[in-house]
Write a protein that binds this ligand. Structure first.
Ligand code: PMP
Length: 360
């Protein structure tokens, strides 16, 4: 068996230690005689799994008591609808459009009310984060929405927008648990877990309790009300149990690694190695404004489509997988999530140097 360095944007690399542990427990989870996949979600064993997962996440992110943690399904995309359905009391929301995912969220919200796109970086192919210190936030906005890390374009909000007192809602799918956050600055933080935390199929929503009400848009399905899931501690129906179990293992791994401050340091070190190389390379070029560079997703190009394709092909042959950029932007993208070891980025940079010499 040999494992590659997997630079996929998601589903993405998971800690090897976690995968091995899950493999060891596959046939007999801790003396239960069955796999977590085969277990009732109402069993004592699963109750412990989900409760420990929540407690560990709360500890890692320092989540205050007045926030609920929900383990849901439907991916991040389902939140594009759940957010307006549950939060749009005035039927008005402000969206900051910094890429495809924020755009999709805004377009979906528009089905339910007025959406004001109060800032955008579409003018330069989403290669930067707009200045959000003094935006025309709508007086009657129910919330201000951001996609905090833009997976496709490789930008990240280094400062949260000034929402002028309005509730901030953030999609953190591709930067979840990559660095410490101040949860109190948000009304809702959510993300699909398939990048930094676990297998696809789980979406985690961290939501301030006062935002969880029965007062949702008329016709909102039971399953799409935050209250349904909050009241049932994410066990209203069968949750994505195996996924939650793996997320729980990743939380324990993160705690063992020293928590989110330690992860931030590691992530900065990995990203610096790659960005420093891009800045000095004569062949490769980063595509994002330096101040807005993501620690997680690093897009780059050679400027020649054929050479880009050659690079992706030869990198794959060298055990460096999934470096092709998103189909909408082309070029390359290296996603270097929490579980990507420093050695993986070293191997990538060494390969890029060699490729540059050979193709100068
Ligand atoms: N938001 C962001 C930032 C993403 O990167 C993605 C997926 N790549 C999504 C939302 C959509 O996630 P899902 O496929 O879980 O619906």
């Amino acid at each position: 068996m040999s494992r590659v360095y997997n630079f996929s944007a998601g589903p993405a690399v998971l800690p090897e230690e976690v995968l091995k542990e899950a493999a060891d427990e596959m046939l007999d989870y801790r003396g239960t005689g069955m796999s977590v996949m085969e277990m009732s979600h109402r069993s004592k064993a699963f109750e412990t799994i989900i409760q420990e997962a929540e407690a560990d996440l709360r500890e890692l992110m320092d989540i205050p008591d007045n926030y609920k943690v929900l383990f849901l399904q439907g991916g991040a995309s389902q939140q594009f609808a759940m957010i307006p359905m549950n939060l749009m009391k005035n039927r008005v929301a402000d969206y900051i459009v910094t890429g495809q995912w924020a755009k999709k969220a805004a377009d979906e919200a528009e089905k339910y009310g007025t959406v004001n796109r109060i800032a955008s970086s579409a003018d330069k192919t989403f290669s930067y984060i707009p200045d959000c210190s003094d935006l025309p936030v709508s007086e009657d906005a129910d919330y201000v929405y951001i996609c905090e890390n833009n997976t496709i374009y490789g930008t990240k909000f280094k400062e949260l927008p000034n929402t002028k007192g309005k509730t901030l809602v953030a999609d953190v799918s591709s930067c979840f648990l990559s660095e410490p956050v101040d949860v109190t600055k948000y009304g809702v933080i959510y993300g699909g877990v398939q990048k930094n935390i676990g297998p696809a199929g789980v979406v985690i929503v961290i939501i301030r309790e006062d935002l969880i009400t029965e007062d949702v848009l008329p016709g909102t399905p039971t399953m799409l009300k935050y209250k349904t899931h909050a009241d049932a501690d994410s066990l209203y129906n069968t949750p994505p149990a195996y996924g939650i179990y793996i997320c729980g293992k990743v939380f324990k791994w993160l705690k063992k690694m020293g928590g989110l401050s330690a992860m931030k340091e590691k992530n900065e070190k990995k990203a610096k190695l790659l960005y420093d190389f891009l800045d000095e390379s004569k062949l490769f070029k980063g595509t994002v404004e330096k101040k807005d560079r993501s620690l997680m997703n690093v897009p780059f190009v050679t400027g020649d489509k054929d050479l880009d394709a050659k690079f992706v092909k030869e990198a794959k042959e060298a055990g460096l997988e999934n470096l092709k950029g998103h189909r909408t932007v082309g070029g390359m993208r290296a996603s270097i999530y929490n579980a990507m070891p420093y050695e993986g980025v070293e191997a990538l940079v060494a390969f890029m140097k060699k490729f540059e010499e050979e193709n100068a």
